[in-house]
Design a protein around this ligand. Structure first.
Ligand code: AMP
Length: 227
């Protein structure tokens, strides 16, 4: 049974470097609490695949592991936040990533009489992240995440969730680009931890352990903050 969140729509932020498990955990919270996972990385990859002007502008920056401009990201994010399904509450995965994005989000929510419910920082070791990211892949049909070393499908080549047989790897999930993405995280995103601490909404979770244990810690926070 899902633990649907019933209070005013929650806005949860998952902060953490590439490989910290934001996407995996956001998907699990989505299933458990009926919240909507909103990943600016996924939205940007869709824009790149569709060849939109935003996608064309973002493509090279993403391939190099840099951050796409705030203007582009905010346009994409605002469009998505205007869709009706997000009224269930959202888990922001990979957004905000800069001080400008965080300020814009605070303003967007304030205009609606809302505020960030919790910003959860997934605490991990950088070096382990390179190995985690370089081996990961997803089911092309349902998006379930796998890893060459840590999480293979139970039946080789067949997705555990949907029986799909096509898998894909992200172009930017290689050791060299991950190091650039880690640098971008430390330079531009990690300072947001202090921003959310000042706002009194920061939570931290040790994210070096097993997926189920981290999910349980996050579930506890969501129940406390948004239940
Ligand atoms: P992710 O899927 O979150 O790892 O994002 C993949 C890539 O998309 C990042 O390395 C950035 O190039 C870009 N990206 C995603 N979200 C943002 C954001 N909020 N601000 C700037 N760039 C972003």
């Amino acid at each position: 049974m899902s633990d649907a969140v019933t209070a005013s729509p929650a806005v949860l932020i998952l902060l953490g470097p590439p490989g910290a498990g934001k996407g995996t955990q956001a998907r699990m919270l989505e299933e458990r609490f009926g919240l909507i996972q909103l990943s600016t990385g996924d939205l940007l990859r869709a824009a790149v695949a569709a060849g939109t002007p935003a996608g064309l502008a973002a493509k090279a920056v993403m391939a190099a592991g840099g951050l796409v401009s705030d203007d582009i990201v905010l346009d994409i994010l605002k469009d998505r936040m205007a869709e009706p399904d997000v009224s269930a509450g959202v888990i922001l995965d990979g957004f905000p990533r800069t001080a400008g994005q965080a300020a814009a989000l605070d303003q967007l929510l304030a205009d609606q009489g809302r505020a960030v419910s919790a910003a959860i920082s997934l605490e991990v070791d950088d070096e382990a992240m390179v190995g985690r990211v370089a081996g990961r892949y997803t089911c092309a049909t349902c998006g379930e995440g796998y890893h060459d070393e840590f999480k293979q499908p139970a039946r080789a080549g067949i997705c555990d969730k949907c029986d799909g047989t096509e898998f894909k790897r992200r172009a930017d999930d290689n050791a060299e680009t991950v190091r650039e993405r880690l640098k971008a995280y430390h330079d531009q995103t990690a300072p947001l931890i202090a921003h959310y601490r000042r706002m009194g909404v920061l939570e931290t979770v040790d994210a070096m352990g097993d997926i189920a244990g981290i999910a349980s810690a996050l579930g506890g926070i969501v129940q406390r903050k948004a239940g």
